[in-house]
Design a protein around this ligand. Structure first.
Ligand code: UDP
Ligand code: MG
Length: 331
């Protein structure tokens, strides 16, 4: 078995030496940002961890990103480009990057320079002090709409209250993972990848580094509200069963209410003489109950659809191109 592993490792030219640091970047239509990003990453890493690799995950971009990435990878062998066969989403790209990273520590950073590469040395310093998970926590997020910020802030605080693990509010995926944490993360079988939650679920020695989030360097956000809501629902359903318990409590509350109404109705019939006409009460009860039932069904559906995703067992992403394989000599 060992000789097989060695054999396949030898066949893969990219697996030669293990870099100290891997930097994973999910990329979706970031052509306007990439040249600046690559330059600032190289500058920030040059002094801190010159022995690094960049794992650039192209999540099915349809702009000039693939061409820029290819050109850069041809000039610098420390760059590895993985291209998905289509857009699989931010969390899938982050997962793929961490799975392919080989460094003794792995940093995940957004491409749009909202997470400044200049913070990476601070993350690395904390890692060298012995911390295994170093989360970069945003103290400010300029350039985003007030409504968006309010929703995001509220979401993080609600999730922290109801989640079964200790979530870090206001931390995205800008984070350093020790090799042991990355390996443990890669072994988690679930398809619902709310990566920032999974990392905290794993445990290990954790520390926060605070930073001011910058404005997006160029281009539009790749997270429209619909995607944001899906991410939020993934986070809630993966780390809390509270919505399901809520359905049960709603059921009890409605049941209690209906008992009162039964008693009221019976008393009225027995002692009141004439029964009330009752159209309004019937209408209100029917409307209220159908509302409650639909909400309950929706909550159940959110969990069932995620069970369905897990059971199907499809891969999280499909890689159409890997610069490490393209570089390796054909057998
Ligand atoms: N991204 C991705 N796939 C997607 C959407 C986004 O790989 O389907 C990348 C994007 O290129 C960026 C990061 O994920 O590097 C975060 O996206 P964005 O900055 O648009 O999100 P925001 O900061 O606005 O929440
Ligand atoms: Mg951004």
């Amino acid at each position: 078995m060992a000789s097989n592993e060695l054999g396949s490792a030898n066949a893969n030219a990219a697996a030669a030496a293990v870099p100290e640091l891997s930097v994973v970047v999910p990329i979706f239509n970031e052509g306007a940002v990439l040249p600046e990003l690559l330059q600032r990453l190289a500058a920030a890493l040059a002094t801190t961890a010159p022995d690094y690799e960049l794992v650039l995950v192209d999540d099915g971009s349809v702009d000039e990103s693939p061409a820029i990435l290819l050109g850069a990878a041809e000039r610098d062998s420390r760059l590895r480009v993985l291209r998905f066969s289509r857009n699989f989403g931010h969390q899938a790209a982050v997962t793929a990057g961490i799975e392919h990273a080989r460094g003794r520590a792995v940093v995940v950073i957004d491409a749009d320079l909202q997470d400044p590469p200049e913070v990476i040395p601070e993350l690395v310093a904390a890692w060298r002090q012995g911390y295994e998970v170093v989360s970069a926590v945003r103290t400010e997020r300029p350039g985003e709409s007030a409504l968006r910020l309010l929703l995001i802030r509220t979401f993080y605080r609600v999730l922290k209250r109801i989640a079964s693990v200790d979530m870090t509010p206001d931390a995205g995926d800008f984070r350093l993972l020790d090799r042991r944490v990355a390996d443990a993360l890669n072994r988690l079988p679930e398809r619902n990848r709310y990566v920032r939650g999974l990392v905290r679920w794993l445990g290990f020695r954790h520390v926060e580094v605070r930073y001011k989030r910058a404005e997006r360097f160029a281009g539009e956000t790749k997270y429209p509200y619909a995607k944001l809501v899906r991410l939020a629902l993934d986070g809630v359903t993966a780390f809390s069963n509270l919505p399901l318990q809520l359905v049960t409590w709603m059921g009890f509350a409605v049941f209690g209410l209906s008992l009162l109404l039964v008693v009221y109705g019976l008393l009225g019939r027995l002692f009141g003489g004439q029964t009330p006409a009752g159209w309004t009460s019937v209408f209100v009860a029917v409307a209220f109950l159908s509302g409650v039932q639909l909400v309950a069904l929706g909550i159940l559906g959110a969990y069932v659809s995620r069970i369905f995703e897990e059971v199907k067992g499809r891969p999280l992403y499909v890689i159409a191109f890997d610069s490490a394989r393209a570089r390796a000599p054909r057998p």
